[in-house]
Design a protein around this ligand. Structure first.
Ligand SMILES: [Zn+2]
Length: 440
C-alpha cells in the first residue's frame, strides 16, 4: 500500500527546494536546477544524464528501464521559469515557502511541481511494479520560456535516439474547476495554435506635411490595418474544439448541454458564438487570432513618411496554412501599395490521437481518481514544447494533473504562484497510476 499523505509531504519538501533555485529565463541557466533534480533522483537509486546545449544550459534525462516489449513513454517538464517581481508577491518568489497547505514560488504550476510529481512517480513505479513493458524517460528541459532553442529543439536535433518515445506527457492544461461548471474538467491538450509573424509594409510618397497628399504611407498602413482586423471575427470550429465542447456539454444542464453538444450545426454555432467568444481563451480556440504588435513610420515632425510598417502576430489553427491566410489578408487589404513579408512562418502542426492507448488510459485514471470529473481533448491557444515532439511523429499530450480554479490559474506567470499539497499528492498519484497501467 502506498501512503499518499506521506508522498504529498515528500513532494512538498522536494518542490520547496526546487523552487528556491532561480532558474529564471531570460537569461536562462539550468545548471543548479539540473544538479538539484539529479540529486533527488540519485537519492532514489535513479541515475540521470546531463546534456549541455551551451555553457550555462543543461537538459537532464533519466530512464527507468522496462523489458522493451513496448516503446517508451516520455515525461516532460521544463526547469526554467519566468521572472517574478518580489515587490508584488506576498512571499519571496524564490523562498520555497510551505504555508497554509500550499508550496509557494515561481514555477510551482509552470512547471517544477509537475517535475517533482514525475520524479516521485518514477520512484514509486520502480518499487511497486518491478515488471515493466516500457522504458519511462524523464526529460527535464532547458529554455522552454524562450523558444526552446537550448532545450527540446536542441535535444531533438542531437539526442533523438535517447528520447524516441511512443507518447509524451507534457504541460498544456489543467483540471479546470469553476470554468465551465463546478465539476473539474481535465482538458488534455492534443493540438495547439501555430505562430505566423508578418510584416505589412505600406509604400507611399514623401512630401511636406503642410501640404498633405493621398500617398502618405502612414495613412495607407492605417487603412490596411483597419481591414486586416476583420480576420479576427472569422470563427471556425476545429474538430478537437468541437469534441471538447461536446464532452463538457454532456455534464452541464439544459440548454447549455444542447448548445455545446450541437455546435457542429452552423445555426447553433452562430447562436452560441457571442457567449463562447466572450472569453478570450475560448475565442482564441475558435479562430486565427491577429494582434498588431509593432508599428513604425516616419522620423520627422514635418515630413510625410514614404514607408510605414506594422508587425502582425497571428496564431493559426493547426489545419490553417500561412499561404491561405496571407491570401485572405491581401484580399482584405486590396491595395497594391501594401506588401506582406513573412518574418517567421510555422512548420506544419500535427494533432495527437484522442483514441490512443495513452489517452484512453489517462482519461480512465482521471475518472477513477476524481469521480464526477469531465475529461476532454483541448486545443491550446498558446505554444508548448509538444509541437516539436508532434513534428517528430510522437503523440504528445498536455496536462498538468492538478485541479485549479480561475484564481489559481491567474497566478500562472503571475503573482503568488503556488500549488496545494493536495494537488501534489493527486498529481503524483495520477502519474503513478497511468504509468503503472501503461507498463503492464
Ligand atoms: Zn511551462
Amino acid at each position: 500500500m502506498i501512503d499518499w499523505n506521506a508522498i504529498g509531504a515528500e513532494a512538498a519538501e522536494l518542490l520547496s527546494g526546487y523552487l528556491q533555485i532561480k532558474s529564471i529565463n531570460p537569461p536562462g541557466d539550468e545548471r543548479a536546477a539540473a544538479e538539484y533534480l539529479d540529486g533527488v533522483l540519485r537519492a532514489r537509486g535513479l541515475t540521470a544524464t546531463r546534456y549541455a546545449s551551451a555553457p550555462n544550459r543543461v537538459n537532464l534525462v533519466a530512464r527507468l528501464r522496462g523489458d522493451g516489449s513496448k516503446p517508451p513513454i516520455l515525461l516532460y517538464h521544463h526547469m526554467d521559469v519566468v521572472a517574478a517581481d518580489p515587490a508584488r508577491w506576498s512571499c519571496d518568489p524564490f523562498g520555497g515557502e510551505v504555508r497554509d497547505g500550499y508550496v509557494w514560488g515561481r514555477g510551482a504550476i509552470d512547471m517544477k511541481g509537475m517535475g517533482i510529481m514525475q520524479a516521485l512517480a518514477l520512484d514509486l513505479l520502480q518499487h511497486h511494479q518491478p515488471q515493466r513493458t516500457r522504458d519511462i524517460i524523464l526529460l527535464a528541459a532547458a529554455d522552454e520560456e524562450k523558444g526552446s532553442v537550448y532545450g527540446v529543439q536542441w535535444m531533438l536535433a542531437h539526442h533523438w535516439p535517447e528520447l524516441a518515445a511512443e507518447y509524451v506527457w507534457d504541460e498544456g492544461s489543467f483540471g479546470l474547476q469553476d470554468f465551465f461548471g463546478p465539476m473539474p474538467v481535465f482538458a488534455i491538450s492534443v493540438a495547439e495554435k501555430k505562430d505566423l509573424w508578418l510584416r505589412l509594409v505600406a509604400h507611399g510618397e514623401p512630401g511636406h506635411s503642410g501640404m498633405p497628399h493621398a500617398a502618405n504611407a502612414a495613412d495607407i498602413l492605417l487603412r490596411a490595418l483597419e481591414r486586416v482586423k476583420q480576420l479576427d471575427a472569422r470563427y471556425v470550429l476545429h474538430p478537437v474544439v468541437q469534441r471538447m465542447f461536446a464532452q463538457i456539454g454532456a455534464a452541464l444542464p439544459y440548454p447549455k448541454s444542447f448548445l455545446l453538444q450541437h455546435l457542429d450545426n452552423p445555426l447553433v454555432f452562430r447562436l452560441a458564438q457571442p457567449t463562447l467568444t466572450a472569453d478570450p481563451t475560448i475565442a482564441a480556440m475558435l479562430k486565427d487570432t491577429l494582434s498588431i504588435t509593432v508599428l513604425r513610420a516616419g522620423g520627422k515632425e514635418n515630413v510625410i513618411p514614404d514607408r510605414a510598417e506594422a508587425t502582425l502576430d497571428l496564431r493559426l489553427l493547426p489545419d490553417h496554412e500561412p499561404e491561405t491566410v496571407m491570401a485572405t489578408l491581401r484580399q482584405l487589404i486590396a491595395d497594391p501599395r501594401v506588401t506582406i513579408e513573412i518574418i517567421q512562418a510555422p512548420a506544419a502542426a500535427a494533432v495527437s490521437d484522442v483514441n490512443s492507448e495513452f489517452y484512453r488510459t489517462l482519461t480512465a485514471v482521471l475518472k477513477r481518481l476524481t469521480p464526477g470529473c469531465v475529461t476532454a481533448p483541448m486545443l491550446t491557444p498558446g505554444t508548448t514544447d509538444s509541437c516539436f515532439f508532434r513534428r517528430m511523429g510522437v503523440n504528445s499530450y498536455g496536462l498538468f494533473p492538478a485541479i485549479i480554479d480561475p484564481g489559481e490559474l491567474a497566478r500562472f506567470h503571475g503573482i503568488d504562484e503556488r500549488i496545494s499539497i493536495k494537488n501534489l499528492r493527486l498529481g503524483t498519484r495520477i502519474f503513478y497510476e497511468v504509468l503503472s497501467a501503461m507498463t503492464r
